[in-house]
Design a protein around this ligand. Structure first.
Ligand SMILES: *[C@@H]1O[C@H](CO)[C@@H](O)[C@H](O)[C@H]1NC(C)=O
Ligand SMILES: *[C@@H]1O[C@H](CO)[C@@H](O)[C@H](O)[C@H]1NC(C)=O
Length: 314
């Protein structure tokens, strides 16, 4: 028997030696303008134009806002059980339906498992069987994520759910471009269908060799095999709308890079997610996003998503 501690020690040793070899190898090779090339390589999707809305009639807009139906999957380990109540009470009210899946969810798992890829796979299978044809978008988030569903729906306006793609905050890792779980993952109805067709194939089995691959990378490998690619979601100025970090981190980072643009430098007005929130911070976000307002100021948004029935203005 090798204990966990020893195993990590050996992994550490191995990683150390491999890095050493790699540094020696690549240290002598010059890679020109690496950053610039990467900027243009990734796939991305932009938010819609305001003009697209203005051309539509009131009736068309109402129909459209009703036709974008989002099912929210909150997926987390059992240590996040304590988030369940606050999530139910805050942003998830704005999903057309939201459910919390954790390893304590006896419908799906007989035993406690720490295998997040297994958990994610089983959850996607279950959701597809039960709801695959009732919603056109499937949004998966961590329990510590805060999402503004109205902004997600706005972003999805004019995107075709019968096309195979998935979106969020993409990261490039070697040849693989994947949507990071921390920022939230959105699957179109078509990608959900394709995912289900391939989930039981060997391409979707655990691909880890030496180190466990994270569940979001495993998902990307599996989806790629099904012809579904990852798209980075950006606002009209190219800023991320799915954020993998809390606002405070993003602002601090932006301030040190560009002190003239405290908020503008980091955060989109149409941001969809932030991550790393405690339950209390979620309440503060609800206040900031839905309740705080300047008296007498009317927003004139072209698309209207009504708040959930019975909630007091949030
Ligand atoms: C959406 O995509 C499907 C399948 O590719 C296509 O048949 C359909 O015409 C598209 N709809 C719109 C509104 O572009
Ligand atoms: C909202 O809730 C009220 C009271 O529970 C009910 O009478 C009404 O029909 C509901 N409206 C919608 C749109 O579901």
């Amino acid at each position: 028997m090798v204990s966990d501690g020893e195993a990590s020690f050996f992994k550490g040793m191995l990683l150390g030696s491999i890095s050493c070899v790699l540094i020696t190898l690549f240290g002598q090779i010059n890679i020109p303008h690496e950053g610039k090339i990467q900027d243009h390589e990734h796939h991305h999707l932009r938010a819609p134009n305001r003009e697209d809305f203005l051309k539509m009639s009131e009736v068309q807009r109402m129909e459209l806002s009703k036709s974008i139906r989002v099912y929210c999957i909150i997926l987390g380990e059992s240590k996040y059980e304590s988030y369940r109540a606050i999530l139910k009470d805050t942003w998830t009210k704005h999903c057309d339906k939201a459910e919390f899946y954790s390893t304590k969810n006896s419908r799906l798992f007989n035993t406690e498992t720490n295998d997040m890829w297994l958990q994610m796979r089983e959850t996607y299978k279950y959701v597809f069987e039960k709801y695959g044809y009732d919603y056109n978008w499937f949004f998966l988030a961590r329990p510590t994520t805060f999402a503004v569903i109205e902004n997600l729906k706005y972003f999805l306006f004019k995107k075709n759910a019968t096309q195979p793609f998935y979106l969020g905050h993409t990261i490039k890792s070697g040849d693989l471009e994947y949507v990071a779980m921390e920022g939230g993952i959105v699957l179109s109805m078509e990608s959900m269908k394709r995912l289900n067709r391939v989930l039981n194939s060997e391409n979707c089995e655990d691909q880890s060799i030496l180190w466990k691959l994270s569940e979001d990378r495993q998902l990307a490998i599996c989806l790629k095999y099904a012809g579904v690619l990852a798209e980075n979601a950006e606002d009209s100025e190219g800023r991320h709308v799915f954020n993998t970090e809390p606002i405070v981190h993003l602002i601090k980072e932006a301030m040190s890079n560009n002190p003239q643009q405290v908020v503008k430098g980091c955060c989109s007005d149409m941001a969809i997610t932030f991550n790393g929130l405690t339950p209390r911070k979620m309440e503060v976000m609800m206040y900031g996003v839905y309740r705080l307002r300047a008296f007498g100021h009317h927003f004139n948004d072209a698309l209207v998503f009504l708040p959930p029935n019975g909630s007091e203005n949030d």
